[in-house]
Every structure is written in structure tokens, then in C-alpha cells.
Design a protein around this ligand. Structure first.
Ligand SMILES: *[C@@H]1O[C@H](CO)[C@@H](O)[C@H](O)[C@H]1NC(C)=O
Length: 150
């Protein structure tokens, strides 16, 4: 009896694991996000594997999210407490940002897919590789939003 139950739960775990495609379980990029709530902030890091990760911050009204190493506006979904409008932008130092209006708690986030780091190839041999994590694609490479030498 116990064996059957253990087997059944092992099988259900296996099925859950198989529901996520193999390519995404292996080598999912790590996403770092910093949530600004006026003067307060909190950060989290999690894999871009399509899973919803809880922020555990149900009271903090978030107005800006920094995403220094991931194309979060295009590749993440944010679970907010109420209706929210998201807008993409970047800081004066060239960090990807998402603006949330009106400011409100972000309960969870899920991100999926790869992105290309700064100065990585967004096109290789004429083939599209992927979106830039934090910047724009020009002359086959991902460029920072703000020229670091200026
Ligand atoms: C939120 O809480 C869960 C359960 O305690 C934990 O596994 C998870 O790491 C927490 N998330 C953050 C961003 O701290």
C-alpha cells in the first residue's frame, strides 16, 4: 500500500518534471530583478524556466523593477495584486526597467526563454539568435542602452 502511494507520487513528480521541455530545464538563465517600492527595495534571483516564483512581498507597492541581465519586459510575466500597466524603459545608467502603474504589490513572476548578453551575437551567420538581455541588437551584436564610455 505504502509502496503504491510512494510510486504514484514519484510518477506524478516525474510527470510534472516532464511537462517542462528538456531544453528549458537544462541551462535556464538566471534572472536577477530588483523591485523598487519608493525608497524601499527587494531583490530576487530565479531561473527563467517558466515557473511562477513568489516574491513573498504582498504589501510592498512596486513602481519600478530593474532587470540588469534579462529581457524581462518581453520574456517575463508579472502577477500583480490588481490591474497594472507595464511600460519598458531603462535607467540613466542603461539598466532595463519596467514601470508599473499604478504602483502595487507584485506577487509572483515567471520568465521563459534565453536572451543574449551585452556584446553577444544576436545574429550569427545571418541567423537570428535571440533578443538582447539588456540593450539592442545592432551590427549582429547586443549593444548596451547607454554607451559606457560616455
Ligand atoms: C518565498 O517563500 C518560499 C517558501 O518559503 C521560498 O521557497 C521562496 O524562495 C521565497 N521567495 C523569495 C523570493 O524569497
Amino acid at each position: 500500500m505504502n509502496y503504491i502511494i510512494a510510486l504514484a507520487s514519484a510518477l506524478s513528480l516525474l510527470t510534472t518534471a516532464l511537462a517542462v521541455p528538456l531544453s528549458e530545464r537544462q541551462g535556464a538563465q538566471t534572472v536577477h530583478l530588483t523591485f523598487h517600492c519608493g525608497p524601499a527595495e527587494y531583490s530576487m534571483a530565479f531561473p527563467a524556466d517558466g515557473t511562477v516564483y513568489s516574491t513573498n512581498e504582498t504589501d510592498m507597492a512596486v513602481n519600478i523593477i530593474d532587470a540588469p541581465d534579462y529581457n524581462a519586459y518581453g520574456q517575463c510575466q508579472f502577477m500583480t495584486a490588481g490591474q497594472a500597466t507595464l511600460a519598458s524603459g531603462f535607467s540613466s545608467t542603461g539598466v532595463n526597467q519596467i514601470h508599473i502603474g499604478p504602483p502595487q504589490p507584485v506577487l509572483g513572476v515567471s520568465c521563459q526563454g534565453m536572451c543574449v548578453p551585452t556584446y553577444g551575437e544576436c545574429f550569427r551567420n545571418g541567423q537570428y539568435v535571440g533578443p538582447c538581455c539588456n540593450g539592442f541588437c545592432a551590427a549582429n551584436r547586443c549593444r548596451p542602452w547607454v554607451n559606457p564610455s560616455v
